[in-house]
Design a protein around this ligand. Structure first.
Ligand SMILES: NC(=O)c1ccc[n+]([C@@H]2O[C@H](COP(=O)([O-])OP(=O)(O)OC[C@H]3O[C@@H](n4cnc5c(N)ncnc54)[C@H](O)[C@@H]3O)[C@@H](O)[C@H]2O)c1
Length: 443
């Protein structure tokens, strides 16, 4: 733990980002209060239960609660009284068909907090917002706070990855703070002093650049995934193998191998909505052509879902009606129970809508999936899910599925047919066990 000055910190919005942030900051030694408008979520957190799946967070939350450094509330007056630094971590979902970000939660958080700010205070946004939002919120904060301009707002985008949230928060790869206020910069520096001392880059920018860092990082990552998936489309018709192609590309360190895995593509609560919100904002700013390539990035990504469905349909003879289909995976990625814009569930519900009896299994996301997609069937183990299947689709690359034993699975299915939507299995091994194996981007 650092010996630096200890601020009292509030974390407003305790979802994936906020709950992880609150527990990690308490672990680092800060006095932390987490606030959410969702009382059920706050009750769970108070009782030491994380309302979602994030490896390592349960233990950290329990430890932090025991130290007495971490509390939860639903009362804005209490957090205003308690903390000197407020971190805004509320959601910024996609608004509608326009793709623009819905800012009602960030606006509401500022509107609820500001009237209680009667002493000089720093508010730092961590949610992902369209460029230009923070400047508007800074003015809104100063106008509504009794302390006026002494309630200052900066923006510090968050780069944590679900599934690695604790690790990424305790050891971020960079810290960016958008502000021109020495007080805001000092507060954020104090928050991450230990990390900065350990060599984590600390970048101070203007508000707009800080906002852009996050959305452009996500746009780049989405583009890289869709790039290799476009190569998968070409490979399929040209008779090439996209896995070998990706490996050969990865040895060029200007390209690198990360985010170059061909498959069903990206989903989740960040990349899809962030690239759409980025395009919508570019449109508003009159620079729509600059980001028009992201439309294609999004389209390539959606096409992978359709292609996966097509491959499965071909495998069972052209018609899903009355067939039994197993989907392995519901979360948008492994080590998470987040099903927001999950490619796996999208494909599963498309196949169900075409008349198949679809059974889904996921190690962590079953409950959420069941709630969101009651039209699907669910099983509590891979083998149960695969019983009687005419085709099995692997759509989220959990280790449990990567390590599946083809001979064991063969004992329960009706037909040994598998679509490897994540290129997670060894085709030679599965074919040797008598399976018909199909994957995206390969022959
Ligand atoms: N999930 C991630 O891995 C991740 C990573 C980086 C950035 N982000 C960004 O962080 C933000 C939050 O994402 P998330 O995944 O944690 O979302 P989430 O939906 O899991 O959590 C948002 C929380 O905010 C709460 N909330 C809504 N309005 C509120 C208000 N007025 N006051 C207090 N709480 C309120 C909700 O009840 C919810 O618990 C988004 O902008 C997202 O793009 C997320």
């Amino acid at each position: 733990m650092v010996e630096a000055e200890r601020m009292r910190v509030s974390v407003i919005g305790t979802g994936y980002l906020g709950a992880t942030t609150a527990a990690c900051l308490a672990e680092l030694g800060f006095e932390v209060i987490g606030l959410d408008v969702d009382e059920a979520k706050i009750d769970l957190l108070r009782s030491g239960k994380v309302p979602f799946y994030e490896p390592g967070l349960d233990e950290l939350l329990t430890e932090s609660l025991q130290t007495g450094r971490l509390h939860f509330t639903t009362d804005f007056a209490e957090v205003a009284e308690f903390a000197d630094l407020h971190l805004i971590c509320v959601g910024t979902p996609q608004r509608d068909e326009s793709g623009a970000a819905d800012l009602k939660y960030v606006n509401a958080a500022i509107d609820s907090l500001a009237p209680h700010l009667t002493r000089p205070t720093v508010v730092v946004g961590r949610s992902t917002v369209p460029v230009g939002t923070a400047a508007t919120l800074a003015a809104r904060l100063a106008a509504l706070a009794p302390i006026g301009e002494e309630a200052e707002l900066g923006w510090s985008p968050e780069f944590l990855r679900e599934g690695f949230g604790v690790e990424d928060t305790l050891r971020p790869n960079r810290i960016v703070i958008g502000t021109d206020s020495p007080r805001v910069e000092k507060a954020v520096r104090a928050l991450w002093q230990q990390q900065v001392d350990e060599g984590v880059p600390f970048l101070v920018t203007d508000l707009q650049t800080a906002e852009l860092v996050k959305v452009s990082a996500n746009a780049f990552l989405a583009t890289k995934i869709s790039f290799i998936n476009a190569m998968a489309e070409v490979s399929e018709v040209a008779g090439a193998d996209v896995i070998q192609l990706a490996e050969a590309l990865s040895y060029d360190d200007r390209i690198g191998g990360k985010f170059l895995g061909p498959g069903l593509g990206f989903g989740g609560g960040c990349l899809p909505k962030d690239i759409r919100a980025f395009m919508a904002r570019a449109d508003e700013l009159g620079v729509e052509p600059a980001l028009s390539f992201l439309r294609e990035v999004d389209a390539i990504n959606q096409r992978r879902r359709a292609r996966t469905t097509d491959i499965a349909r071909q495998l069972i003879g052209g018609n899903f009606a009355g067939r039994t289909v197993t989907v392995l995976g519901a979360a948008f990625k492994p080590n998470s129970d987040d099903i927001r814009d999950s490619p796996a569930l999208d494909v599963a519900s498309t196949i169900a809508s075409l008349g198949a009896h679809v059974t889904v299994y996921d190690p962590a996301a079953l409950e959420r999936a069941r709630e969101a997609h009651p039209e699907l069937n669910y099983a509590t183990s891979m083998l149960d899910a695969a019983r009687g299947a005419d085709v099995v689709l692997l759509l989220t690359e959990w280790a449990e599925f990567r390590e599946a034993n083809p001979e064991e699975l063969a004992t329960v299915v009706a037909q040994k047919r598998i679509v490897d939507g994540r290129n997670a299995l060894d085709p030679t091994y599965w074919r040797a066990s008598g399976w018909t194996y199909r994957a995206l981007g390969r022959q």
